[in-house]
Design a protein around this ligand. Structure first.
Ligand code: UDP
Length: 236
């Protein structure tokens, strides 16, 4: 029995680096692909948004003299590179995946529409929704909130290297305590970092719960969709 029938999985580009300094770590990529395939085999409909921080971030371009809009466009293209890598890895693991892009990029990926994603789900495809929102000054956190709401996902799963939301940064503060569950209001008032505020507000306003969990431990995605209590659930 699965707890969620339709999910939006957000993977950060940075997590895809593993312990490398740049780019795509193939062990992590294949581990993600394997976990995604296992969950797809349970019949779960999976939309995925991947970041691009392992390749390029618009803001870091600005500090090197790039125009912000151009830098952001480079960042959005970086998410397409990661999406193609994940598609390829899912197919390599024996699964089916399609890449949809926020802006026209055929034949790299099909132009995103909600209808095409839902049709893909019916045919058993995982939908990797690339290119962010298509607009500068946004993040892939916001893109994942937007796509999650659009495709009517039951939950936004934020797969990271940390196993949930803590009272403080657990890598810096030994006394940091993990929340099993917290409301959007409490998380906002405590200034906890769940996602950036644009994404956070979008989820809260549209009643899309966020579950933050450690995706780098194989088997965790399966645990989440089958209802095992791991990570932190943020809800209204
Ligand atoms: N980006 C953008 N609009 C979007 C999504 C992303 O301009 O809707 C750009 C932005 O420059 C961002 C980069 O793409 O820095 C990579 O995305 P993000 O930083 O969210 O990746 P992550 O931190 O998840 O690896």
């Amino acid at each position: 029995m699965v707890k969620y029938k339709r999910i939006l999985l957000k993977l950060s580009g940075e997590a895809l680096m593993g312990n490398d300094k740049y780019g795509i770590n193939t062990d992590i990529l294949n581990s993600y692909a394997q976990q995604i395939k296992e969950v797809a085999d349970l019949g779960v409909e999976i939309g995925i948004v991947i970041g691009g921080g392992n390749i390029f971030r618009g803001l870091s371009g600005v500090s090197k003299g790039f125009d912000r809009v151009k830098g952001d466009q480079m960042g959005m293209l970086a998410t397409v590179i990661n999406s193609l890598a994940l598609q390829s890895a899912i197919e390599g693991a024996g699964g089916k995946a399609k890449v949809f892009t926020a802006t026209k990029m055929e034949p790299v990926g099909e132009l995103y529409t909600k209808a095409k994603v839902l049709e893909g789900f019916k045919q058993g495809f995982v939908a990797i929704i690339a290119g962010g929102t298509g607009n500068p000054f946004f993040t892939t956190d916001t893109a994942s909130a937007l796509r999650g709401v659009e495709i009517e996902a039951e939950v936004l799963l934020k797969g990271t290297r940390v196993d949930g939301v803590y009272t403080a940064d657990p890598e810096k503060d030994k006394n940091a305590v993990k929340f099993d569950e917290i409301t959007f209001t409490d998380a906002y008032e405590k200034k906890l970092k769940v996602m950036d505020l644009t994404a956070f507000t979008m989820c809260s306003e549209n009643n899309l719960p966020i579950l933050v969990f450690d995706m780098n431990t194989p088997g965790n995605l399966n645990k989440v969709v089958t209802g095992e209590k791991i990570g932190t659930l943020v809800k209204n």
